[in-house]
Design a binder for this molecule. Structure first.
Ligand SMILES: [Zn+2]
Length: 133
């Protein structure tokens, strides 16, 4: 009986379920990429709706929409990049370790943020430094 318990403990040390994490990451990636064409369609619709109005208003509305789309696109792009990097770490066998200090990232953090590249300590150091990455 005690031998069984030791075996279970060994399994816990292995860390996150890589197969589960990979499908989580791929699902998040699909969701992000699916959202982008919707935004583009929105800009096109707005442009044709206001085409009968005055030229200035039309210009402003389209510019605002483009601004928003560009901002969302940049965020989406960064999120997709982070997911790609996490998938690469799964392939390389380094997934689940902080890319800054090498400490294993807690499984709860990985389950909440599957693309997490750093432990919370390193993350807060980065945020204090004002860097985006
Ligand atoms: Zn760290």
């Amino acid at each position: 009986m005690s031998a069984d318990r030791e075996l279970i403990d060994d399994d816990d040390v292995v860390g996150p379920d890589l197969a589960a994490m990979r499908s989580l990451l791929l699902a998040q990636r699909d969701e992000l990429l699916d959202a982008v064409p919707d935004l583009d369609a929105e800009v096109f619709r707005t442009r044709s709706d206001v085409s009968d109005g005055s030229g200035e208003t039309e210009h402003l509305v389209v510019a605002e929409q483009k601004d928003l789309t560009a901002r969302v696109d940049a965020l989406t792009e960064r999120a997709v990049e982070e997911i790609d990097e996490a998938l690469a770490r799964i392939d390389a066998g380094t997934y689940g370790r902080c890319t800054d200090c090498g400490t294993p990232i807690p499984t709860e953090r990985l389950e909440a943020v599957p693309a997490a590249a750093t432990c919370l300590d390193c993350r807060s150091v980065r945020e204090r430094g004002g860097g985006l990455v």
